[in-house]
Design a protein around this ligand. Structure first.
Ligand SMILES: *Cc1c(COP(=O)(O)O)cnc(C)c1O
Length: 406
C-alpha cells in the first residue's frame, strides 16, 4: 500500500538524520528574518546566514518599486509561453541588457531568459546534449545539471571534482564529434571556483564547448558584477553561460548567454523554454532595475562589503579552528560568499545547527545527498546585507560552541 510504503521510507530517512524541514518566514528576505508559525510566545527573528541574496537586493526598496511598477503596467501574468504571446518588451529589454553584459566574454552573444535556473539547465543539456554528443560533468555539479544530463540523449562522463587531468584523459579518449564540458563556476555547497582559464585551454585543445553555471558568480564576481567570466577576463565563443536572477540579483529567473546561433537553437528546441508559461513581465522589469543597481556604484559598494565579510569570517574562523582542533571542524577552501564549515557526521551537523539556533542564529545543516556522505556541514552564506556586528555575532557563537566541545 503506497501510504504505508512511503511512511516506512520517511521513517528510515528520519532515522538517518536526513529528514528535511521547512521554516515559514514572516518577513522580507534579510539577515534578521522573522520565522513565523512557531510556538514561541515572542516571535523570533534569528540572524540568518543562509540566503543566496548575496548583495542584499531582494528587499531593496528600488526593486520592490520596480516590481510594483512592472505589475501595474504589465499586469500579473504573461498569459502564454514565449513563442505564443507571452514574450513582452520587458523580457526583450532584459535579454538585450544581459547580452550587452556578456558581450565582452562571448563574441556575438545573445541571451534567452528562462523562468528558473533549473529550467535553463535542463534546456541547455537536453537541447545541446543530443545523441552523438558527450557531456563531461564535474561530479559536484548542481542537481539541475545532473538532472539535465540524465534527461539528455548524449553520453555522460563524470570527472572527479576539479580534476582537469582526469577530464583531459576523458576528452582524449572521446571520439564523438560534439564535446561539452559542464561545470558550476562557483560550486554551490563548497564555494570553490572552477579553474576557467585551464578549462578554456582544455576546451580549445580538444575542440570542446563549455557550459558554465554561474548561479553563484553572477552579480557578485567581476568588476561590475558581470560574473565569473568577467572576473577571469576571458573571451571565447566556446562559452555557454547560465546565470540566475534569484540569487545576487534578488528577484527570480535565469538566462542563458551564448553565440546567437546557439540561442536560436535553444529557442527552437528547448522544451523547458517552449512548453512553459513565460515568467511575469513585471519580474523581467524588476531584474532590469536590479542589473542597473548591480553595475553601478551601489553594486560596487555592496560587493566591497561582501568581500570584507568574507575575508574577516575566513580569517577569524580559521584561527578559531586552529585554537580548538578538538572540535573537528574544517573550513572549506572558498573565496566566495559561500563558506562551508564541514563537520562530517549528519547528526553532529544537525546538533551544531540546533546549538546555533538556540543562540539566535540560523544556519541550516546541509547533508547528503546534497553533499557527499561524511561531509555534512553548515553552509554559511554571507551577504552585503550583513553588518560587521552580524559577522561578529556568528563568530562569537561559534567560538563559544568550539570551547564547549573541547
Ligand atoms: C540555485 C541554482 C540553480 C537553480 O536556479 P533557480 O533559478 O533557483 O532554479 C542552478 N544552479 C546552481 C549552481 C544553483 O545554485
Amino acid at each position: 500500500m503506497l501510504i504505508d510504503h512511503l511512511n516506512q521510507q520517511l521513517l528510515e530517512r528520519a532515522a538517518k538524520g536526513l529528514q528535511r524541514q521547512r521554516r515559514t518566514v514572516a518577513t522580507v528576505c534579510a539577515p534578521h528574518q522573522q520565522v513565523g508559525g512557531s510556538t514561541d510566545a515572542v516571535p523570533r527573528a534569528p540572524l540568518g546566514f543562509c540566503s543566496n541574496d548575496y548583495l542584499g537586493l531582494a528587499s531593496h526598496p528600488a526593486l520592490m518599486d520596480a516590481l510594483a511598477e512592472g505589475a501595474r503596467y504589465w499586469g500579473a501574468g504573461s498569459g502564454a509561453s514565449h513563442l505564443v504571446s507571452g514574450h513582452s518588451q520587458a523580457h526583450a529589454a532584459l535579454e538585450a541588457l544581459l547580452a550587452q553584459w556578456m558581450a565582452p566574454a562571448i563574441p556575438e552573444a545573445r541571451v534567452l531568459s528562462f523562468s528558473t535556473g533549473y529550467m535553463a539547465n535542463l534546456a541547455l543539456l537536453t537541447a545541446l546534449g543530443d545523441a552523438g554528443a558527450t557531456l563531461f560533468c564535474d561530479k559536484r555539479n548542481h542537481a539541475s545539471l545532473i538532472d539535465g544530463a540524465r534527461l539528455a540523449k548524449a553520453e555522460v562522463q563524470r570527472y572527479p571534482h576539479g580534476d582537469l587531468t582526469a577530464l583531459e584523459r576523458q576528452l582524449q579518449a572521446c571520439a564523438t564529434p560534439l564535446r561539452l564540458i559542464v561545470t558550476d563556476t562557483v560550486f554551490s555547497m563548497d564555494g570553490d571556483q572552477a579553474d576557467l582559464p585551464a578549462l578554456l585551454a582544455l576546451a580549445e585543445r580538444h575542440d570542446a564547448w563549455l557550459i558554465l553555471d554561474d548561479a553563484h558568480g553572477f552579480g557578485v564576481l567581476g568588476p561590475q558584477g558581470q560574473g565569473s567570466l568577467a572576473q577571469a577576463g576571458l573571451r571565447s565563443e566556446r562559452f555557454i553561460l547560465m546565470g540566475t536572477l534569484g540569487k545576487a540579483a534578488g528577484v527570480s529567473g535565469a538566462f542563458v548567454a551564448a553565440h546567437r546561433v546557439i540561442i536560436d537553437w535553444l529557442l527552437q528546441t528547448a522544451r523547458t523554454y517552449v512548453f512553459t508559461t513565460a515568467a511575469p513581465p513585471a519580474l523581467a522589469h524588476a531584474v532590469c532595475a536590479s542589473l542597473r543597481l548591480i553595475a553601478g556604484e551601489e553594486g560596487a559598494r555592496r560587493r566591497a562589503r561582501l568581500r570584507q565579510h568574507i575575508a574577516r569570517l575566513r580569517g577569524d574562523l580559521q584561527d578559531l579552528i586552529d585554537t580548538h582542533p578538538a572540535c573537528g571542524w574544517t573550513l572549506g577552501a572558498s573565496d566566495t560568499a559561500i563558506q562551508p564549515l564541514i563537520v562530517g557526521d549528519n547528526a553532529r551537523a544537525l546538533a551544531l545547527s540546533a546549538a546555533l539556533e538556540a543562540k539566535g542564529l540560523w544556519i541550516p545543516a546541509i547533508r547528503p545527498p546534497t553533499v557527499p556522505p561524511g561531509t555534512a556541514r553548515l553552509r554559511i552564506s554571507l551577504s552585503a546585507a550583513h553588518t560587521d556586528d552580524d559577522v561578529q555575532c556568528l563568530l562569537a557563537a561559534l567560538q563559544s560552541l568550539a570551547k564547549e566541545s573541547t
